[in-house]
Ligand binder design. Sequence first.
Ligand SMILES: *Cc1c(COP(=O)(O)O)cnc(C)c1O
Length: 378
Amino acid sequence: MLFNLSLADREAAGLTRRLAAIDKVAGRLLHANEQTYLNFAGNDYLGLSQAPELRLAAEQAAREYGVGAVASPLVVGHQAIHRALEAELADWLGVEAVLLFSSGFSANQAIIKALLTKDHQCWQDKLNHASLQEAGLLSPARMRRFAHNDMASLAARLTPQAGLIISEGVFSMDGDLGNWPELVALAEQSRNWLMIDDAHGLGVLGHQGRGTLSHFGLATSRVQIMMGTFGKALGVGGAFVGGSRALIDYLQNYGRGYVYSTHLPPPQAAAILAAVRLVRRADDKRAHLAGLVERFRQGVASLPCELLPSITAIQPLVIGEEGRTLALAARLQERGIWVGAIRPPTVPTGSARLRITLSAAHRPGDIDALIGALQDSL
Ligand SMILES: *Cc1c(COP(=O)(O)O)cnc(C)c1O
């Protein structure tokens, strides 16, 4: 086995990943190394991971159902709490049916590998999440990547009625939005299927937090496959795919990551259900977050670094070189600020960055502290 050579390669390139010894993440704060930091590294965009409504729902479900689903969904795992969650999601998002998964990674694998055959093509944005790209590569279909958000690049590669176009609502490492009005038009013109992974748009964008399509005023029915996760703005974990009854029936039979996996623990399903109900009426949290984003962008506008154009909670500062990015993250830590240092292969070589994420859990003063620490450190 040659794995230790691969590890040595990463070590030599300064790209080895190690777990940080985090004691506890608690909304806007994070505890590690016997210290408390302001947390700008999570994806808990509305601060729901700490919400009393979600904790209570999980506690009650643990009492009523126990802590585990005890089986895969098609055996006996699928219970009343799962059905209630599916019904709420379908109503919220305006889809006929949904299927629940334990993770977004496994949902994307199951969807793509179950749907695509060797006669299909799979067109993906170059910056799509690893779970989408990997599934496309492992599927029997021909995978074709188009330049990020470049609709001419996509149009040049499209063939009629032969596959699936996949893009993201909000790009996870850049914070920009997919060009959904044009994606929908191109898919309809070429009569291909379209899939959105809205992991980072769900809860944050659109009417009632319905996500990126709603933000653009597009009905969910304009895409055949809507996928989203519960581990970001919904504050819990897990994922779903939504679409037509026929699509969901098919995936329920052929999606291996669904059929052969223990169903979501009932306390998790209950917490997600509480999160969806909260998110639907969380305009105040979304407005607070938008204000923080505005405050941050104004504060760093004059700093000597590249802030990517983003209206979302993901506000990346591109530094470029890996060593400098890590050093900068370390300097911020010394000032009580925790941000993600993102390096290749997660992002393209030469574009290492501080992935700064804001949350409705933050206070305006937290943003000012972050700006001050960036000023000192850059
Ligand atoms: C986080 C993420 C996933 C994976 O979801 P998990 O539930 O964390 O496995 C998939 N797609 C995108 C775009 C993501 O950001």
